[in-house]
Design a binder for this molecule. Structure first.
Ligand code: PLP
Length: 395
């Protein structure tokens, strides 16, 4: 006998993974150049040269035991100090390295945070559609419920009326992901101000803080406008960050949780996150990567290839007649299914070897997600196929 929930999570592949695996099989049959795989969010920009240099020099300079040994649970002081110095410089804050807990990427940061904030089986977290599909696995396995606020189409900001009605005394946190996966949209400053105001009012009403859990793996991938730094607007903000996308290191598993000192019950929140990390068996974030980040905390990503891809894709698709949310960040484009049904549209696209993800699992069944962290030439080759698909839909 095994846990039914774990068995389900272990056997049912996400729609993204299904398409990705299908693409690999299909490439063997029709040739890689004839499959247009826009399914997965693996960065296509190589890790910065500084990262490679750091790995090489660390191996030459340090004894193996210093590179590969356990670190303290929250991470090495040196790495946390380098990250905190970078944040304080950029955001004018005065955070301390003891506010930071290093993790194996944003996924570990989020699971530890959900666990730390889950009080009992009535606990609720709120996400805004479209949302990163794994939130529901992370929140429910922490023992909480995930409530989803329907998408605010076509702007993809926040529907505040629905949010206000959804908050109750069991609400512990609201998840914000901007730039957003899957829409690529950035929440405006006005949206963040309004959210902060509402959460302050609601926290007072329910008699406890309602946290913003800001999931920020795409914070550095911004093409237009600015991403408001949420702790400037709302003090009870916990940041979950990852270097998976900014430094193109998704397989290396490195990120952090930041609990700024102004968070209410700071020490309890921080220690509960550390306790959650311990209970999940995380032990410490990968040691070699901690050393790399200590040397590369100030390195900025090269976002030019993503801008080039975004422009080609967005302009090409809108010219054909597709309606798309214009992405200002991340590397995803959210496009309306012209027949109104994302699943059948994605199936029709698949028949043309065009692999795009239906938005159903993101909480938005009339849109599809197109990941443009791909080869620029593939986008060029795919546009006539998108055109053919539109002609098919129009009959
Ligand atoms: N949050 C969002 C919105 C994501 O898109 C992802 C990964 O794609 C994650 C969290 C998980 O990131 P990581 O690979 O750092 O665990």
């Amino acid at each position: 006998m095994v846990s039914k929930d774990m068995l389900r999570y272990g056997t049912i592949r996400s729609c993204i993974r299904e398409l990705f695996e299908y693409g690999k099989q299909r490439s063997l049959v029709v040739g890689k150049e004839n499959v247009y795989d826009f399914s997965i969010g693996n960065p296509s920009v190589p890790a910065p040269e500084e990262v490679n240099r750091a790995i090489k020099s660390l191996i030459d300079e340090l004894p193996s035991t210093a590179i590969h040994g356990y670190t303290s649970g929250p991470g090495s002081n040196e790495t946390r100090t380098a990250i905190i110095n970078n944040l304080n410089k950029r955001f004018g804050t005065d955070y301390k390295f003891t506010d930071l807990y290093l993790t194996a990427g944003a996924a570990a940061a989020l699971t530890a945070t959900f666990r730390a904030l889950t009080i009992d089986d009535k606990t609720e977290f709120i996400a805004f559609a479209p949302f990163f599909t794994e939130y529901s696995c992370f929140a429910t396995t922490a023992g909480a419920k995930l409530k989803v606020i329907p998408a605010d189409i076509p702007a993809f900001q926040i529907n505040f009326d629905l949010l206000e009605k959804s908050i109750n005394k069991n609400t512990q946190g609201v998840i914000v992901n901007s730039p957003n996966n899957p829409s690529g949209v950035i929440y405006t400053e006005e949206t963040i101000k309004k959210l902060a105001e509402l959460l302050r009012k609601k926290s007072a009403e329910v008699g406890h803080p309602i946290f913003i859990i800001s999931d920020e793996p795409y914070r550095e991938l911004v093409y237009e406008g600015k991403v408001p730094f949420i702790p400037h607007y709302y003090s009870n903000t916990i940041i979950c960050y990852s270097y998976s996308k900014s430094l193109s290191l998704p397989g290396e598993r490195i990120g952090y949780v930041l609990v700024p000192s102004c968070v209410e019950d700071h020490d309890d929140v921080y220690n509960a996150i550390a306790g959650a990390g311990r209970s999940l068996g995380y032990v410490c974030a990968p040691s070699l990567m901690q050393l790399v980040i200590a040397r590369c905390a100030d390195v900025e990503p090269d976002i030019r290839p993503y801008i080039k891809n975004r422009d080609l894709l967005y302009n090409g698709l809108t010219e054909i007649g597709y309606k798309c949310a214009k992405p200002s960040g991340a590397f995803y484009l959210f496009m309306e299914a012209p027949n109104g049904d994302a699943q059948t549209f994605s199936d029709m696209a698949k028949q043309l070897d065009l692999l795009i993800v239906p938005g159903n699992d993101f909480g938005c069944s009339s849109y599809v997600r197109i990941s443009y962290c791909v080869d620029h030439e593939m986008i060029k080759r795919s546009l006539p196929v998108f055109k053919k698909l539109m002609e098919k839909i129009r009959g």
